[in-house]
Design a binder for this molecule. Structure first.
Ligand code: PEP
Ligand code: MG
Length: 325
């Protein structure tokens, strides 16, 4: 029986009404550790490169990083693997580069750190490009971007790293696709400009919720206010989906919301077709998606977009799920 269930989970996720969904993996540990999920997903939608950095006592060398990334890229050689550049600061600290600030969530984190310390960024990107030599399935994702200048500067550094690698190996290596995390609200209004600069975007609902609602995602005093189903979040997510469709800009969702039952339901209704989530959520979300009829979910979502509170949103979704057993 377990074997049967496993075989079933390996089939792609298709809605009851026939739409193909992409379910990808959020990873952060070694390739060996992620191996067990390999047959369940359509690729790696987010590899958090800061996790191995956090487990070390000093910066990993370019060669060490290359070996790590190669393991991930070769795990899914014929599918996309998204490696996110270092996203440290706030809740993610390196013991050998401590950052202490008054407002760490609004401070020196993500791309801000690596653009200020371009050598860290260049070493990491060179390691990624070298790791991609054989598979060619690399996608590079930029975290905590809040302006177009940051995107342009990061792209310039990626081109510089590619030139350095070309010099080193004597020939050009496969070009990666480049993407930006949509997790700071300022990016919601810059999507048309992003579309002409990069290849895809990935919505980080964890930080987007934190910044849109001004609620620290790790502060227990305000935990009850932190809710990705807040009506304003749904409006923001609807706007992103609409704009990306209009611009023909590839979009996925890699925040926790994509791996939750209610979250994945709402995101499907809003038009998203690619989700990335931690390995433990994959089977549950695939099972849920297979029960859905798109037109019904879209009708529900229209109702949710008119809701006045997150609790009202939850009530409507609970009713929807109850009616369908
Ligand atoms: C997010 O912010 O939604 C996200 C996926 O990134 P992280 O949780 O690593 O900040
Ligand atoms: Mg984030």
């Amino acid at each position: 029986l377990t074997r049967l269930a496993e075989d079933d989970m390996q089939r792609p996720a298709v809605l009851k009404s026939g739409e193909r969904m992409q379910v990808m993996l959020n990873a952060g540990l070694s390739a060996e550790h992620e191996q067990r999920f390999i047959n369940l997903v359509d690729g790696v939608g987010l590899y958090r490169t800061e996790v191995p950095f956090m487990l070390q006592s000093g910066f990993p060398s370019e060669d060490e990083q290359m070996a790590q990334y190669q393991g991930m890229l070769q795990l899914y050689p014929s599918r996309p693997v998204v490696l996110r550049t270092l996203d440290i600061g706030a809740d993610k600290q390196l013991p050998y580069l401590p950052i202490s600030e008054e407002n760490p969530c609004l401070g020196w984190r993500g791309i801000r750190v690596t653009l200020d310390q371009p050598e860290i960024f260049l070493i990491q990107v060179r390691a990624m490009l070298r790791a991609n030599a054989e598979t060619g399935n690399l996608r590079i994702l930029l975290p905590m971007v809040s302006s177009l200048e940051e995107v342009d500067e990061a792209c310039r550094l990626i081109a510089q790293a590619a030139a350095e690698v070309r010099e080193l190996v004597g020939h050009a290596l496969p070009e990666p696709r480049i993407g930006v995390m949509i997790e700071v609200p300022s990016m919601l209004f810059l999507l048309p400009h992003l579309a002409s600069r990069i290849d895809f975007v990935s919505v980080g609902t964890n930080d987007l919720t934190q910044y849109l609602l001004a609620v620290d995602r790790n502060n227990p005093h305000v935990a009850s206010l932190y809710d990705s189903l807040h009506p304003s979040m749904l409006q923001a997510l609807a706007g992103i989906a609409r704009e990306c469709q209009r611009l023909d800009l590839e979009v996925s969702v890699c925040g926790e919301m994509a791996g939750e039952a209610m979250g994945s339901l709402v995101l499907t209704g809003l038009g998203y077709r690619t989700f990335s989530m931690n390995g433990r959520s994959v089977a549950r979300v695939k099972y849920l998606l297979r029960q859905l009829v798109l037109a019904e979910v879209q009708t529900l979502t229209q109702r949710l977009l008119a809701a006045r509170s997150a609790s009202e949103v939850r009530q409507w979704i609970a009713l929807f799920l109850e009616e369908r057993g």
